[in-house]
Design a binder for this molecule. Structure first.
Ligand SMILES: [Zn+2]
Length: 157
């Protein structure tokens, strides 16, 4: 498994009702770093920090947290640890999006956190769907048998 931190690009509001993308590096669910912000490139780091887009990221509102979760779904397995934490987010829409994202990625290491989430009334349906999605992945059985062969549990094909 890659130790590289996942990065996502999300659209954020800025001056005069304009939106633009920023790139975030997700250290963990509580700790994001802006790695690319066009306002900082344009205005310099100090002024960039004062721009509305930077303030929006610092605020970490539920809409942004949900957008980050949805972008993490495209990242794949490297996003699974952050998504596990997002399953405990205070916003149920964020938790729901984290269920969908985990199901979409289909990484089996998300299963314990999704089982936990399936006891959460707000998102239990989404969590169960995600668990079914992970279980139904066509490559799941193949990957399990490959792993068993590597470990000598099964004979080589
Ligand atoms: Zn901006």
């Amino acid at each position: 498994m890659s130790a590289q931190l996942p990065e996502v690009e999300v659209k954020v509001p800025c001056v005069e009702g304009q939106e633009h993308p920023v790139r975030l590096r997700i250290h963990d669910w509580e700790n994001w770093e802006i790695v690319q912000n066009p306002c900082s490139e344009l205005l310099g780091h100090a002024f960039g920090l004062m721009s509305p887009c930077s303030a929006y990221v610092r605020e970490r509102g539920p809409k942004l947290r949900k957008a980050v979760v949805e972008a993490l779904a495209q990242v794949g397995s490297a996003a699974v640890p952050a998504l596990r934490e997002a399953l405990g987010d205070s916003g149920w829409r964020v938790r729901e999006a984290a269920c969908w994202a985990s199901g979409e990625i289909g990484d089996i290491s998300a299963v314990p956190a999704l089982r936990e989430a399936s006891r959460d009334w707000g998102v239990r349906w989404a969590a169960q769907e995600a668990l079914e999605q992970i279980a139904a992945r066509p490559d799941r059985f193949q990957r399990l048998t490959d792993a068993a062969r590597r470990q000598g549990v099964l004979r080589p094909a």
